[in-house]
Design a binder for this molecule. Structure first.
Ligand code: ADP
Ligand code: ZN
Length: 605
């Protein structure tokens, strides 16, 4: 039998296994079942791809998305691995061809959709084939607690009985206990060895900004990121279309994706995004499940996500290649109220609603955090960390002030106006503005009228948001209007029994300057040789286009950066570059050596 490390080096061109990869691979190679929980980008695929090559026979990989299978098969082919996909996209002849190859054991891996297991004759086909293992990717799809429930995954339970001698490995990036228990039970994997990694994604920088104007702020964010691929999430389909239009008008080529689009258009947009190395995709959360494009450099949220779980999954699509990436979110005061209204109006049971409210609160704590965002995020998943140094709160700590008096003013204005108004009116009262409504309601006669004159509107908005996050104010959404009421702890503050620490709102001018500055400072191992990178990228682009495959399956960004850093001068030296396996060396080694020779010499250190 081949040595797994040998396979990793020769086929994939990587030097060493990471984290739990080796242990999980050893278990499967030895014929034992495994459950692998690793964050996105940790390298789950190798946990079954290496055993597939080490063990005799064909590895059957269950994967939920057909579009994705195609990319995986293409990426494996680039490494000289014999892989195929078996799904409804094939015509009868093609399918027969793949089935024959499976039966005769001529493939290393075959990717199949979960529906396939219900197709007549499929299990019989597998019984006649020499099988190396079953890999069940995105295994959380079996759980109805998850957001990606796929009833077809339930059929996979049958594998335990029909193929007791074939090891099974289930993989997911979803952390929570309920889902994990479901996977083990539903897939009959109770006896599986478990490999659970920490969920931190240290290369992702988390940033949250108060929302003023989506498009303007997004354009400012994108200005420093030309030529980078990224996803922009919006809450509604309409907003997706509007934002994509606005970007295109502003000269930023953008794609759009949402469930209201016709299936063909959607698939085309997704394919263009995956194939390109600099596309911006504006989308609802319908986009992204299983997108394993490694070079997504940023994920921007223009609206609050549904929960921290969803946020973690969505932002997790950034920086799978381990290079620096950004999770950037805009957050507005109305968001929480709107999400709260969705919860209250849903058909869910009271029990379920309580769970949902708890999730919303956690999300608010994250959005309003004055301390390390990563600590809050990981803490939510039961993991801890030191202040991370790679989030906005760490990099640019908010200044705190004793906000007790300001909180008392705001709470009293809410109380005295009858707990019937939104933030706008409350702020008018605090700042002493004689608007038509203020005068009509005689709110100019209230003792709180004008007490908050010396704070700007933006400051008061920020204070109200923070009070809401701290549950001193309850924001309720009534028929589209947000109404502020006193929260459970408000009285203690009004009576002077409780102090309130608040974060000072920074002026936007300052906030806007920061990303650029920080980027230089936090610059990673990634090569700074921009011209060289562009040259290699152009070559990669050409090679990918000739074959009709995504750019990243030729080489990922880190391989290009490593070439620029090491400047290999021979095929032998090229073979040492991470990501250059034997097959890619043969196919592309010379072309990239030539491109490197054509570059000006690297800047001296
Ligand atoms: P996941 O499925 O866990 O999200 P992938 O399997 O797609 O992650 O791997 C993420 C990235 O890490 C890929 O670019 C992959 O090539 C790279 N990778 C995985 N394992 C290793 C390793 N041992 N050494 C170097 N790169 C690795
Ligand atoms: Zn931090």
């Amino acid at each position: 039998m081949q040595d797994p490390l040998e396979v990793l080096r020769r086929v994939f061109g990587y030097e060493a296994f990471r984290g739990h990869q080796r242990a999980a691979i050893d278990a499967v190679v030895a014929g034992r079942d495994a459950l692998v929980l690793m964050p996105t980008g940790a390298g789950k695929s190798l946990c079954y791809q290496v055993p597939a090559l080490v063990r005799p026979g064909v590895a059957v990989v269950v994967s939920p998305l057909i579009a994705l299978m195609q990319d995986q098969v293409a990426a494996l082919a680039q490494n000289g691995v014999k892989a195929a996909a078996l799904n409804s996209a094939l015509d009868g002849r093609e399918r027969a061809g793949v089935e024959r190859a499976v039966r005769e054991g001529r493939l290393d891996l075959v990717y199949v959709s979960p529906e396939r297991f219900a197709a007549p004759g499929f299990l019989e086909l597998l019984e006649r084939a020499p099988l190396a293992l079953f890999a069940i990717d995105e295994a959380h799809c079996v759980s109805q607690w998850g957001h990606d429930f796929r009833p077809d995954y339930r059929q996979l339970a049958v594998l335990a009985e029909r193929f007791p001698a074939v090891p099974r490995i289930a993989l997911t990036a979803t952390a929570d206990e309920a889902t994990r228990a479901d996977i083990l039970r539903e897939l009959r994997l109770e006896g599986a060895e478990r490999f659970v990694s920490g969920f931190d994604r240290p290369n992702i920088r988390y940033t949250v900004r108060p929302r003023r104007e989506r498009v303007r702020q997004l354009l400012a964010f994108l200005a420093g990121r030309r030529g980078e691929a990224g996803i922009v999430y919006c809450m509604t389909r309409k907003r997706v279309d509007d934002v994509a239009d606005a970007l295109n008008r502003a000269g930023v080529p953008a794609l759009a994706y949402h469930a209201g689009m016709e299936a063909g258009e959607r698939a085309a947009a997704q394919a263009r995004f995956v194939a390109s190395d600099d596309a911006v995709m504006v989308a609802t959360v319908a986009f992204g499940m299983g997108i394993d494009k490694p070079d997504v450099r940023f994920v921007a949220h223009l609206d609050l996500p549904k929960s921290l779980e969803a946020y973690y999954q969505e932002t997790g699509r950034a920086g799978r290649d381990g290079l620096p990436a950004e999770a950037w979110m805009l957050y507005g005061p109305g968001d929480a109220a709107q999400l709260g209204r969705f919860i209250e109006q849903s058909e869910a049971s009271e029990e379920q609603k309580r769970v949902e409210r708890g999730k919303l609160e956690a999300l608010m704590r994250y959005a309003e955090a004055a301390t390390c965002r990563r600590q809050i995020l990981l803490g939510y998943f039961g993991d801890g960390c030191e202040p991370c140094g790679n989030c906005d709160a760490c990099l640019d700590p908010p200044e705190l002030f004793d906000g007790t008096e300001a909180a008392q003013m705001a709470l009293s204005a809410i109380y005295r106006t009858g707990q019937r108004f939104g933030g706008g009116h409350i702020i008018d009262v605090l700042r002493g503005r004689e608007t038509e409504r203020v005068l009509r309601l005689r709110h100019d006669g209230l003792p709180t009228f004008g007490v908050g004159k010396d704070r700007r509107v933006g400051e008061w908005r920020s204070i109200l948001r923070q009070l809401t996050a701290a549950e001193l104010v309850a924001a309720e959404n009534l028929e589209g209007f947000t109404v502020l009421r006193l929260g459970p702890e408000a009285r203690a503050v009004l009576r002077g029994e409780r102090q309130v620490q608040l974060r000072l709102e920074k002026r936007e001018a300052r906030a806007r300057r920061q990303p650029g500055e920080r980027r230089e400072r936090g610059a990673p191992a990634a090569s700074s040789d921009r011209t060289g990178f562009e040259a290699l990228r152009a070559l990669r682009h050409r090679l990918a286009q000739e074959q009709g495959v995504p750019a990243y399956v030729v080489f990922q960004d880190n391989a290009l950066h490593a070439m620029l850093e090491r400047r290999p001068a021979s095929l032998e030296e090229m073979a040492e570059v991470p990501g250059v396996g034997a097959t890619k060396l043969r196919r592309y080694g010379e072309a990239f050596l030539e491109a490197l020779r054509a570059l000006p010499s690297p800047p001296a250190d």
